[in-house]
Design a binder for this molecule. Sequence first.
Ligand code: G
Ligand code: G
Ligand code: MN
Ligand code: NA
Length: 252
Amino acid sequence: RDVERDLGLAMDSGAVVLWYQPIFTAAGQLHSFEALLRWLHPRHGWISPEKVVHAAAATGLAQRLLCHVLALVCAASRRLDALGLGHLPLAMNISPREMAHLDVDVLVLDALHAHGVSARRLQIEITEEVALDAENTQAKLARLSAAGVAIAIDDFGVGYSSLASLRGEHVRQVKIDRSFVFGLHESQDNRLLVGTILQMGRSLGIDVVAEGVEREEELAALRALHCPLMQGYHLCRPAPLDDILQRTQMQT
Ligand code: G
Ligand code: G
Ligand code: MN
Ligand code: NA
């Protein structure tokens, strides 16, 4: 279909871009950014990242898409350096399919090297299922982690929810799925679950981020639970890097 046909050209012409959403500390300081894929198709409007990743896989462009995203993330990292914001890490998402089918470790480390970006600046977000996946994936994660790339478990709590995904030394951060944050102030169950994940993070020395903070009441409930890091529409919506930097200027 058109989307698949147009993807290659869209990457070449700069129509496939990254927007960024900041992650803040409980005190409201900028902590890091998550890069999110965006493609505004001339006829079909915004194409979701899932569809873009699917279209790339269907047309043999999976590796090219990952390299495209990596190049954009590296450019953003250099840009932050130039603005004196070189201490703020950038996170990018890698899908289970990309993790399984591509030499993700080689592609990531090559891109960092080619663009002169330190591995310490990059975080990779994977799902629980990926973290639990076969030895093949474990080896890729181990190599990335050894090089200094941080590994985060995204959407934590709604996947296989096996604590085994946290075993080993590769996982640096856990992102609590937004379904636990939704209506946190009104749900004793969610408060207990989020509190338990936070406690687990403290015990294991893993950073914990609450995702999908949409309301002031949820933010207050997270603060009451001593959640260290938060992300969500209530704090800042994803936008092009320049817009984000303008909006967050006060907090840097
Ligand atoms: O940004 P948005 O809410 O539309 O993201 C939807 C989903 O797409 C999320 O699960 C997110 O992790 C994923 N996603 C966003 N950007 C990328 C990307 O660059 N690569 C991959 N593989 N997934 C992405
Ligand atoms: O799966 P992952 O956590 O990577 O998904 C990230 C997606 O979540 C981004 O595409 C972003 O657009 C979306 N997102 C970010 N903040 C919020 C929020 O507060 N509420 C909701 N519903 N989605 C959010
Ligand atoms: Mn994510
Ligand atoms: Na997530």
